[in-house]
Design a protein around this ligand. Structure first.
Ligand SMILES: [Zn+2]
Ligand SMILES: [Zn+2]
Length: 249
């Protein structure tokens, strides 16, 4: 059992549109916290509102990553990848990300333009769930980002627990690893997905998980010992290196 593996695989740096934190500052904080590994996963979005793919400084970011990685060699394992919005809707851009050989890609539903025009919150929540399901079925990614993030965004969120659990069952079938996103713990008491849904994932034969802060500032990095310790028996924490799942540092 490696519940003590301390990795944070969902971290936004100044290369994300909504963060100004440098890789170096995150690395310093990670060393302070005693983290084993951190993966920088900057936003790539391709939709009607935002296209960060077209102007993304891929080369400059990788150069900075290699510099910081070398600087912190032996202190903390630094990894890099992307948080791709709706990868199943953007296979060409996602294939390009893969061609860069990142350590991992998170697949997340953020926008989705497909949800435009749905004013009713319940209908919006179910359409979101369906979009995540389609992403799990058809997208090329390694880690399933915040499967039920509307839980955090909608104060009156009504979950369809069985639907979300079925999506997690299909994640097992596709070999996609769900994250337990802890960004909600900054304001609320739940993780995304909830630990009840995580227990269902394990009951479906799921095994691998990661506990991720989704930090946008270095002070949001945390080791979340309580969450790791509360994971159901059988859960194995993992990380990805060059696309390969690993459970030991
Ligand atoms: Zn996200
Ligand atoms: Zn994120």
């Amino acid at each position: 059992m490696n519940k003590l593996l301390k990795c944070d695989l969902h971290v936004h740096t100044e290369y994300s549109f909504d963060s100004v934190a440098s890789m170096e500052r995150y690395a310093l904080r990670a060393v302070e916290l005693g983290l084993d590994a951190v993966c920088f996963t900057d936003h790539i979005d391709v939709n009607a509102y935002r296209n960060t793919f077209a102007s993304f400084p891929f080369e400059a970011r990788l150069k900075e990553f290699e510099r910081v990685k070398k600087q912190f060699e032996g202190k903390v394992k630094l990894l890099q990848g992307y948080e791709m919005g709706e990868p199943h809707l953007h296979p060409r851009e996602t294939a390009f990300l893969r061609s860069l050989r990142p350590d991992m890609i998170i697949g997340s539903v953020h926008d989705a333009t497909v949800l435009d025009g749905i004013a009713d919150r319940r209908q919006y929540e179910r359409a979101y769930d369906r979009c995540v399901r389609e992403m799990v079925e058809n997208g090329d990614f390694d880690v399933l980002g915040h499967v039920d993030v509307l839980r955090k965004w909608h104060g009156d969120y009504v979950e369809d627990f069985d639907y979300v659990c079925e999506t997690l069952r299909r994640a097992v079938r596709r070999g996609v690893v769900p994250e337990v996103n802890t960004s909600s713990l900054r304001n609320c008491e739940f993780t995304m997905p909830t630990l009840q849904a995580v227990a269902k994932y394990l009951s479906f034969g799921g095994k691998y998980l990661c506990v991720n802060s989704d930090a946008h500032r270095e002070e949001q990095l945390d080791e979340f010992p309580r969450v790791r310790e509360a994971l159901p028996d059988g859960a194995v924490l993992c990380y990805f290196e060059r696309g390969k799942l690993r459970t030991e540092i």
